[in-house]
Design a protein around this ligand. Structure first.
Ligand code: CMC
Length: 428
């Protein structure tokens, strides 16, 4: 295989290096092209642009493969758990028993929120969107731990073991506090002796002073959802975190930006949009076929379908589809919208429109149905996605802080007005 690519622009020839990834992916290195030719590359939406070299997560979208640090997602889903996979993402290798215990204890030690962070959440109106409050809550958390968020890379890296455990722990306490605030209730006290998900579920749903046992089916379904969302390489919110981190900002600020990016309905907000869509289809008496027709005509979008990278079944959706049946059975819950989701999938996967465009269910198609069965309100779904994605965002922050040399700063093709004279207001 050649290690250079040749480019001709007019009568000029340029030799460009090829970069090879460990999974044999090839990229043309154009980083010096502009200096040599004055020409830049153009790639609207970055669909064909590698923004970095990364060692964290591998996706082969054509084959439907997803691996964290080399481990297949299906194997991790079966054998690992959220906190162990978080450790793996952050540190590069699976922990020993002692390392895992140490990490768990460190995370458990940070589950209580500082009083001023709670006050900042309570100062928000009950109707404020949970994702907005989560983003500002992360910044408030950074304000309470200034020693972990100095914007001095060396210092922030030195304290990263603490700050990453703090953020992984506190993001779920923030989520519970945000939910309680929306109900006008106080946050139940945390119990560091319980598992990550048990503690979270208790903070979310117990009244202050209560400590209801959490059924193991509920805990394991939520843990699985967090694990499956833990990283997904250079998606919109992770790229946002990396972009912010590239300027030298601390982990709290970088993740607050990631949360904002995740909120949109084409990204993490799709899990809310799927339930809204399924409810509307259910209420209209459609079995899904009419909705698929309107999506084909461009009048609506089949939420939870399609992905920029996967041109095959999203491996996370495959796992969640099975988990959905098991969780609903274990909880004794029947969901009319699950039948609609299955029918929609069946219709869409047989339809030439979806086949030609390689549109398959993505992670959001079934996750919302499980979250609904677990008792979470729809407007908290994207916050739950954010809890799951937190270890991934942090791992990318660390990768940039350790290796990133340049601030991220794309160029553009300017298509606006050329130079024109300023006219005084009376002459316009
Ligand atoms: N329903 C109907 N048509 C679709 C859909 C859909 N969900 N997704 C893509 N298409 C069509 C689109 O109209 C276009 O058709 P044409 O070639 O005739 O113009 C073609 O497929 C390519 O679509 P695109 O929008 O150019 O593809 P993209 O790679 O830019 O967008 C996507 C990817 C995920 C934003 C898009 O598929 C989508 O909007 N899906 C629904 C929202 C969703 O479920 N988002 C969650 C993504 S997974 C979680 C995460 O990682 O964030």
């Amino acid at each position: 295989m050649a290690d250079t690519a040749n480019l001709e622009i007019g009568d000029q020839k340029y030799s460009l290096n090829l970069i090879k990834g460990t999974e044999q992916e090839l990229a043309v290195d154009i980083s010096k092209l502009r200096k040599e030719s004055r020409v830049i590359t153009f790639d609207d939406g970055y669909g064909n642009t590698g923004s970095c070299e990364s060692e964290i997560t591998f996706i082969d979208g054509d084959k439907g493969i997803l691996r964290y640090r080399g481990y297949d997602i299906a194997e991790l889903a079966e054998k690992s758990n959220f906190l162990e996979s978080a450790y793996l993402l952050l540190n590069g290798n699976l922990p020993s028993g002692g390392e895992l215990d140490g990490f768990r204890q460190r995370v458990a030690g940070y589950c209580d929120l500082p009083a001023e962070v709670l006050t900042s959440i309570r100062s928000q109106p009950a109707g404020a969107h949970p994702m907005a409050v989560l983003s500002s809550g992360l910044q408030a958390l950074g304000g309470s731990y200034p020693q972990y968020g100095t914007n001095d890379r060396k210092k922030d890296l030195e304290s990263f073991d603490e700050s990453s455990a703090l953020i992984i722990s506190a993001v779920r306490s923030l989520a519970a506090a945000i939910y309680k605030n929306s109900l006008g209730e106080d946050l139940s006290s945390s119990d560091p002796g319980r598992t990550y998900c048990e503690n979270f579920l208790s903070m979310m749903f117990d009244k202050p002073g209560e400590s209801t046992p959490v059924p193991s089916a509920v805990e394991s379904a939520l843990d699985l959802i967090f694990l499956l969302h833990a990283d997904h390489e250079q998606n919109c919110s992770t790229s946002t975190c990396r972009m912010i981190a590239s300027g030298g900002a601390n982990p709290f600020a970088s993740l607050a930006g990631g949360v904002s990016a995740l909120w949109g309905p084409l990204h993490g907000g799709a899990n809310m949009a799927v339930i809204k869509m399924l409810d509307e289809i259910h209420e209209s008496g459609d079995d899904g076929s009419r909705f698929v027709e309107s999506a084909k005509q461009g009048k609506s979008r089949l939420m939870g379908f399609g992905h920029r990278v996967y041109r095959n079944y999203d491996p996370r959706a495959k796992i969640l589809k099975n988990a959905c049946d098991q969780a609903l059975d274990a909880l004794g819950v029947s969901s009319p919208i699950l039948q609609i989701a299955r029918r929609l999938e069946e219709v869409a996967l047989e339809d030439p429109y979806f086949i030609q465009r390689k549109l398959y269910p993505n992670v959001d198609f079934y996750s919302g149905i499980i979250l609904q069965a677990l008792g979470f309100p729809t407007n908290m779904f994207t916050v739950l996605f954010a809890i799951g994605r937190t270890p991934g965002w942090l791992s990318h922050w660390k990768e940039i802080a350790e290796n990133g040399k340049k601030i991220h700063r794309p160029r553009q093709i300017y298509q606006g007005e050329t130079l024109r004279p300023y006219l005084p207001v009376e002459d316009r």
